[in-house]
Design a protein around this ligand. Structure first.
Ligand SMILES: N=C(N)NCCCC(=O)O
Ligand SMILES: [Zn+2]
Ligand SMILES: [Zn+2]
Length: 317
């Protein structure tokens, strides 16, 4: 097996030059076989407030130019241990949520069948459902850690079942999630009623609020998550609005009192021993960003998720 093709060498081509693939990685058509792929889903038709997450993938790619080959937070050089690529975008119908969900499920399923693990750049949180569907067919019921200010287990908006506020209620209804090991991290902000929490608990979700992270600390939270997940196949969904608006202003439904990017990254690294089978980073809306604050945070989240996947690829786990 040849050594993986790595990112463009920034000592030869300045990092601000050339096309912005994620982390300046090769495109999927430039390699024989991709072990890990970063793929974009430019879609925001499912949003309930500020739009613009359709431009999230390109903003995250631009901000990712500054990423480097070695990840000290996880002691791994992800692009040396696995063939990691930028698989471009899965183009979906911006005028039909139902059609977009189907197309994304088909597109993601192709990667899953080929054994390529995905880190998906959104796009709004609607995309998490088809991504989970594609993995459930191969892995069966999946554990999930869901980083978000919001529960995203609501039922419908204006009668529409597939939106950025409903992916995980649909996933529980469809038997996709292992309801013994599903947890929200970072929730906060006003709800529509106490019933939101009662419904969420009935679905089996654990809740680690943003205030819990402050009071208990990242190590205790990560330990508890690892205990609950065990060696189940794990999906991680990161809604960038889990971060405080100071750390992620560029998002559609900001809520005060959120996590710092340091807290989020440290909890993610605490999941490195888990059997991660897929992940997403969603809800980056560049129109509301400043100086790439949000896109930078999202690029680091994606980099750590890729690094966790590469760690397991290295050990052949
Ligand atoms: N940003 C996501 N994923 N969901 C937000 C739902 C906000 C609301 O229902 O008011
Ligand atoms: Zn959210
Ligand atoms: Zn969300």
């Amino acid at each position: 097996m040849n050594a993986p093709i790595g990112p463009t060498d920034s000592s030869l081509v300045p990092r601000f030059a050339g096309p912005a693939t994620f982390a300046r990685l090769p495109r999927i058509d430039q390699v024989e076989k991709a072990d890990i792929a970063v793929v974009g889903v430019p879609f925001d038709t499912g949003v309930s407030y500020r739009p613009g997450a359709r431009f999230g993938p390109s903003a995250i790619r631009e901000a990712s130019r500054l990423l480097r080959p070695y990840n000290p937070g996880l002691d791994v050089s992800p692009f040396a241990h696995a063939q990691v690529v930028d698989a471009g975008d899965i183009a979906v119908n911006p005028f039909s949520i139902g059609d977009a969900v189907e197309t994304l499920d088909e597109g993601a399923s192709r990667f899953v069948r080929e054994g390529t693990r995905l880190v998906t750049l959104g796009g709004d949180h609607t995309i998490a459902l088809p991504l989970l569907r594609s993995l459930h067919r191969v892995h069966g019921p999946i554990a999930m850690v869901h980083f978000d200010a919001h529960l995203d287990t609501w039922d419908t908006y204006f009668g529409e079942p597939y939106t950025h506020g409903t992916p995980f209620r649909r996933a529980v209804e469809e038997g996709i999630l292992d309801t013994e090991a599903i947890c929200h991290v970072g929730t906060r902000g006003p709800l529509y009623g106490k019933k939101d929490l009662e419904d969420d608990r009935r679905f089996g979700f654990g809740i680690v609020t943003s205030a819990d992270v402050m009071r208990k600390g990242v190590d205790e939270i990560a330990d508890a998550l690892r205990q609950r997940i065990g060696n189940r196949p794990l999906y991680v969904s990161v809604d960038i609005d889990v971060l405080d608006p100071a750390h992620a202003p560029g998002t559609g439904t900001p809520e005060a009192g959120g996590l710092t990017s340091r807290e989020l990254l440290e909890i993610l690294r605490g999941l490195a021993a888990c059997n991660l089978v897929g992940a997403d980073v969603v809800e980056v809306a560049p129109a509301y960003d400043h100086a790439q604050i949000t896109a930078t945070a999202a690029s680091h989240v994606a980099y750590d998720l890729v690094s966790v996947l590469a760690l397991h690829h290295t050990t052949g786990a």
